[in-house]
Design a protein around this ligand. Structure first.
Ligand code: NAD
Ligand code: TDX
Length: 349
């Protein structure tokens, strides 16, 4: 089966491509990626010589380019997105363009070409800030908080509308927070590992008592493959790690693994609109597809820290250039950036 994978040069996409090609199960892959700041072909250096792997640089918002690359593919696995909540808050434009318009473009091309399956990779963030004690199953209301999660919710609804209206063979998955190798260090875990390794401060948003459900990327990839192979058209599947922790717990655990002092923690101004808690019910994945996560969180974190410590060249290259500017704006000059953001928001009222 020939897979058209969008966003395959990013964190989860590159792990997924290595996972499916490593299985020797008759898959070939066209990796279609625009190579934004988050796309990195170094993540797939191991696949370069694999005859079942092909890379095409392109934008999911460009229908002609998508159509040329997608023809002859049997199924689509759609990862491509602007995936960072903080960036979406400060600049929603590219997020809406790629996550909503790009998904719409892909759907139209895939429908025209008659693909046999379209797997849309989404997030637990579409369920919004979970009240204490609540757990979201797939029928839980969609109440996204950030421009990022609203864009993912919009694309989920668009995908499901194509199933209902056109009988399009699509499926939606909603995963919890992923961690593991090759994650860009704007996200919580890799940012904190890289900072701690460089003896830099670890910026904790607000009180640090927000909760996230952590899923190892390998468990996610196994879940996605199970859905691709055995999931039912029109269904939504939650894919959670089942390991909910506060951000402060996570930071102390990382510092312990790295043998660094707790006084590296620094509480900084909170993220605007910050969701306190995510909690996912993934029992449908177990009951219908026999999938469950198997990576123990403490073990997965030790392996992840080890990966970053052993790949210093990768870390140095992704933290150079534009990343430095990003870090300065949102961390070093955080107070001024957030003040300016609040003033702009007020002027817009
Ligand atoms: P990422 O930011 O690491 O990678 C995104 C990839 O998409 C990059 O390679 C980038 O170059 C590519 N891309 C961006 N815009 C594009 C465009 N217009 N055309 C073509 N390619 C484009 O993201 P990730 O963390 O790997 O997330 C992948 C998917 O999984 C996203 O859809 C995200 O919403 C979803 N997801 C992520 C998590 C998580 O914890 N990271 C959890 C649940 C769901
Ligand atoms: O510097 C930081 N300090 C901090 O306290 C960063 C980057 C994050 N945080 C907090 C915010 C969140 O409570 O850590 C938590 C995790 O933050 P992110 O890594 O930005 O993840 P989150 O906002 O939970 O969204 C993620 O999970 C769902 C991904 O970025 C999404 O792509 C995915 O859909």
């Amino acid at each position: 089966m020939k897979l058209f994978v969008t966003g395959g040069a990013g964190f989860i996409g590159s792990n997924f491509i290595r996972h499916v090609l490593g299985k020797d199960a008759g898959y070939s892959v066209v990796n279609y990626d625009k190579l934004t700041y988050a796309g990195n072909l170094q993540n797939l250096a191991a696949c370069d010589v694999n005859p079942s792997y092909e890379f095409v640089r392109g934008d999911i918002c460009d229908p002609n380019s998508v159509a040329a690359a997608m023809k002859c593919c049997d199924a689509v696995v759609h990862f491509a997105a602007e995936s960072h909540v903080d960036r979406s808050i400060f600049d929603p434009g590219p997020v809406i363009e790629t996550n909503v318009n790009g998904t719409s473009c892909l759907l139209n091309v895939a429908r025209g070409l008659g693909v046999s399956r379209f797997l849309h990779v989404s997030t637990d963030e579409v369920y919004g800030d979970m009240p204490p004690g609540a757990v979201a199953d797939e029928r839980f209301p969609i109440v996204p908080s950030s421009p990022y999660s609203a864009s993912k919710a919009s694309s989920d609804l668009l995908v499901l509308s194509y199933v209902r209206t056109y009988g399009f063979p699509a499926i939606v998955t909603r995963a919890s927070n992923n961690y593991g190798p090759y994650q860009f260090p704007e996200k919580f875990i890799p940012l904190m590992i890289c900072n701690a390794m460089g003896h830099q401060r670890l910026p904790v948003y607000g009180d640090g008592l927000q909760q996230r459900d952590w899923l190892h990327v390998e468990d996610h990839c196994r879940g996605l493959l199970a859905v691709l192979e055995r999931g039912e058209t029109g269904e939504v599947y939650n894919i959670g790690g089942g390991q909910v922790r506060t951000n402060l717990w996570m930071l102390r655990e990382l510092l312990k693994i790295l043998n660094k002092p707790d006084d590296l923690l620094e509480h900084v101004t909170d993220r605007p609109g910050h969701d306190r808690r995510y909690a996912l019910d993934s029992s449908k994945m177990l009951n219908d597809l026999g999938w469950q996560p198997t990576t123990d969180l403490e073990q997965g974190l030790r392996e992840t820290v080890h990966w970053y410590a052993s790949n210093k060249d990768w870390v140095a290259s992704v933290r150079s250039g534009d990343y430095k500017k990003y870090y300065e704006t949102y961390y070093v000059n955080r107070t001024a950036t957030l003040r300016q953001f609040a003033q702009t928001a007020k002027a817009d009222d």
